[in-house]
Ligand binder design. Structure first.
Ligand code: SF4
Length: 250
């Protein structure tokens, strides 16, 4: 599938060809204690993403057409050998929900006795609805206020906020994460964003420092990211709005 057809999930079905039966993966982290709160997990990095955030730290995963390394069968074999040692597998990306085989893969992980975590930006709310029964925990990236998504991803952001509503209504164990794009990280802006998240019912919010290096590279005109500090007034205010708030370093 040509890469251009991935850019706008609102107009083009971004799923890979009907003949694709296995996830295309760009990497595996065999053990982490930070990607699924409270659980020992492995992480698979799924290929493909419909968005092109200028500060993307996983730009090498955006192309869905690269071969799977490792293959999904190799991941299953790895999990078989980690029974009793790992609690969960987390699907991240790229954008995992961009791949049609994700549901089957999640079900296979569950069948092996592992919990399933999902990192997503929420570009496909309809597909997320089908995946809800297959996940135990989700980390949802909310990149900006909905009206500002075109500045970050190049497409409208209603889908991400719709996905947030779905996850909240389904009662999925959820952490919302925001890595503010440089230029959309001023105190007044993040204060509005944290208010909006709290107002819609988010209880756990992680604000993550954006790195200045390791980005997509083609957009070198981004300003220097704001250095977020726990003493900043907007961050102090956010601390009081959520059941759990964390400021994560880069
Ligand atoms: S930051 Fe995430 S959503 Fe944005 S282009 Fe990179 S992988 Fe896709």
């Amino acid at each position: 599938m040509p890469i251009d057809s991935w850019h706008n999930p609102g107009t083009t079905d971004p799923m890979q060809t009907d003949t694709q039966t296995s996830l295309r993966i760009g990497g595996l982290t065999p053990l982490t204690s930070v990607d699924y709160p409270g659980e020992l997990a492995a992480v698979v990095y799924c290929r493909g993403c419909p968005w092109r955030c200028p500060y993307c730290h996983n730009a090498d995963l955006q192309d869905p057409n690269q071969p799977s390394e490792p293959t999904w069968l190799e991941v299953l074999d790895f999990l078989e050998r980690r029974r009793g040692l790992l609690d969960a597998l987390v699907f991240t990306g790229g954008e995992p929900t961009a791949q049609r085989p994700l549901g089957n893969a999640m079900a296979e992980v569950r069948a092996l006795g592992f919990k399933v975590g999902l990192h997503t930006g929420g570009p496909y709310p309809e597909r997320l609805t089908q995946l809800l029964p297959l996940m135990d925990w989700a980390g949802l990236d909310i990149k900006a206020l909905p009206e500002d998504y075109p500045l970050v991803t190049g497409v409208p952001g209603a889908q991400a906020w719709q996905s947030l509503r779905l996850l909240l209504d389904a009662g999925i164990d959820l952490e919302v994460r925001t890595t503010p794009m440089p230029g959309l990280d001023a105190p007044a802006y993040l204060d509005r964003l944290s208010r909006r998240l709290a107002d819609v019912g988010v209880r756990r919010w992680a604000l993550q420092q954006c790195r200045h290096v390791g980005t997509g590279g083609e957009h070198v005109d981004l300003p220097i990211p704001r250095r977020l500090a726990e003493s900043d007034a907007d961050i102090v205010a956010a601390t009081g709005r959520f059941e759990r708030f964390v400021l994560r370093a880069a």
